[in-house]
Write a protein that binds this ligand. Structure first.
Ligand code: NAD
Length: 350
């Protein structure tokens, strides 16, 4: 099989944690270029990975010989850089959240549908083997109709350092950052029903805080590093209903006075059975007796598998598991949660 030539835009924390190393190790990938508005960082990274450095995505798209790109910049630039990549004939893996506004999300969804390019959204939790198992159990019908579900990621103290707390750059707080993973995973397990209404409440009652020794994810870029701007929520909660009669609750926090628990929790409630992600358990009945069954699934490197899936899509032209139209629905639900919170009322997801 031919090697595919890949570039990465935005050479920060997540690019270094998984896009770059997993592309570099992939047998059918040649990592040819990196671009960052911080040209020094691009040059250092290019030296590390023996590839070409560019000071902008535009320059890289125009000059480098590429088949595909990963876009790992701040949320606000995801769609602009993705549209430019599609126009340059490139396949795209864009980090989550796909973008920060419904208008932008629809733009990218339309551009992806109108082109023959692969556009994948980095909804990394879908590539966890335990999540895949739950999704396939739900899709098999074993749980019956899933009419209610709960998803949450609650950090006691875990505001990421950097641009994440600036509404302009991130589009929102923990709902955009980690709630997006929980929402996408639970919605996918429920069979991706059509969203109807959302009631959301976003709070900022604790952050920024002075708590010591909390340990936080740290963005590499210097933008908003000392957090002069903190204009997003620290806790988001929501209730979303769907056209098929189902509903879900969602909770995501960077700061809350509760147990420290960074793990994603999901519970599915169906007419024939239920399931939970942590611990990975099915709740059913046998001879009218309730039975709890633990599923044994070994932990996979889901970031590695996500990159491998994107490369496979680029090579074989199959549609990605997490595509632009699904990414767009997630942005619509997140937008409805924010609008509902502002209106202090339920809103229609549009
Ligand atoms: N999938 C996951 O689990 C996961 C985890 C963390 C972050 N992310 C996502 O990855 C993205 C990047 O986050 P990060 O933590 O790596 O941030 P970061 O600040 O460490 O890196 C972002 C990089 O993008 C560069 N950049 C920003 N705008 C640019 C532009 N227009 N052109 C070129 N370069 C630009 C910055 O200079 C910086 O080097 C975000 O969208 C975030 O939500 C995903």
């Amino acid at each position: 099989m031919d090697e595919k030539k890949i570039g990465v835009v935005g050479i920060g924390a997540i690019a270094h944690l998984f896009h770059l190393p997993h592309y570099a190790q992939h047998p059918f990938v040649e990592l040819v270029a990196v671009a960052d508005q911080d040209y020094d960082r691009a040059q250092q990274t290019a030296q590390q990975y023996a590839c070409q450095a560019y000071a902008s995505a535009e320059q890289m798209y125009a000059d480098a010989d590429l088949d595909a790109v990963s876009i790992c910049t701040f949320n606000e630039s995801h769609v602009r850089l993705s549209l430019q990549a599609i126009a340059a004939g490139l396949d795209v893996l864009v980090e989550k959240p796909m973008t920060t506004t419904v208008e932008d999300a629809e733009l990218l969804q339309r551009a992806a549908a109108a082109s023959d390019r692969i556009v994948m959204v980095g909804m990394s939790r879908r590539y966890r083997d335990d999540c895949r198992v739950l999704q396939s159990v739900a899709a098999s019908g074993e749980l019956g109709d899933i009419y209610f579900a709960k998803a949450r990621i609650l950090r006691r103290r875990g505001v990421p350092l950097g641009w994440f707390t600036s509404m302009q750059l991130s589009g929102g707080g923990p709902m955009m950052d980690i709630g997006v993973h929980a929402l996408d995973a639970v919605w996918w397990m429920m069979g991706m029903p059509q969203p109807d209404k959302a009631m959301g409440k976003l709070f900022r009652r604790i952050a920024p805080y002075a708590t010591k020794d909390t340990g936080s994810y740290e963005a590499r870029s210097s933008d908003n590093k000392l957090q002069p701007v903190y204009d997003v929520e620290d806790l988001g909660t929501a209730y979303i209903t769907f056209d098929n009669g189902a509903a879900l609750t969602l909770e995501a926090s960077w700061a809350v006075n509760g147990n420290q628990d960074d793990a994603m929790k999901i519970e599915l409630f169906g007419t024939k059975g239920g399931a939970s992600l942590e611990p990975l358990t099915l709740f059913k009945e046998s001879n009218r007796i309730p039975v709890d069954s633990r599923l044994s699934v070994t932990k996979n490197d889901h970031y590695k598998d996500e990159i491998a899936h994107f490369v496979e899509c680029v090579l074989t032209r199959k549609q990605p598991l997490s595509d632009a139209s699904q990414g767009c629905e997630i942005v619509k639900m997140l937008d409805a949660i924010r609008r509902s919170s502002e209106a202090n009322d339920a809103v229609t997801v549009v």
